[in-house]
Design a protein around this ligand. Structure first.
Ligand code: CO
Length: 137
């Protein structure tokens, strides 16, 4: 069901410093900062040849990643994102299999303007999993 690894997300305490580190120390291509108020985050994408790294920083009072940053003040890996071609079919399969979809269980529009859902980490080896619907290659 899942396809390619779309991105790995890392929460960082200082987005500009993290982007600079990826650009200068690691020699990667990074995007401009993008604010996503619906998701309570500001993001920078590090574009790698085979996938992306999503650098995340809290945005606003009720950011869903503020707690994570409070618990991991130097930052840390937050979630992995796998591609699916039919997110509603994926949700139906996962729910029938006993997995928990976070929030209201319905897809929201993610950082790339595509439908995404998040799955409960306790159902997936302690890792928060994001599914993103992409058109079949
Ligand atoms: Co993500």
């Amino acid at each position: 069901m899942i396809g390619r690894l779309n991105h790995v997300a890392i929460v960082v305490p200082d987005l500009a410093a993290a982007a600079q580190m990826y650009q200068t120390s690691l020699g990667a291509v990074v995007t401009e900062q993008m604010q996503l108020p619906d998701h309570g985050v500001t993001t920078v994408f590090v574009e790698l040849p085979n996938t992306k790294i999503e650098l995340l920083h809290p945005l606003g009072e009720a950011s869903p990643i503020q707690n994570f940053l409070d618990n991991n003040p130097s930052g840390g890996m937050h979630h992995v994102c796998y591609e699916v071609t039919d997110i509603h079919a994926a949700i139906a399969h996962l729910v029938s299999d006993g997995a928990r979809v976070l929030g209201d269980g319905q897809p929201k529009t993610g950082a790339h303007g595509l439908p995404v859902v998040f799955l409960h980490p306790k159902d997936f080896c302690g890792t928060l999993v994001e599914l993103e619907e992409v058109k079949a290659a």
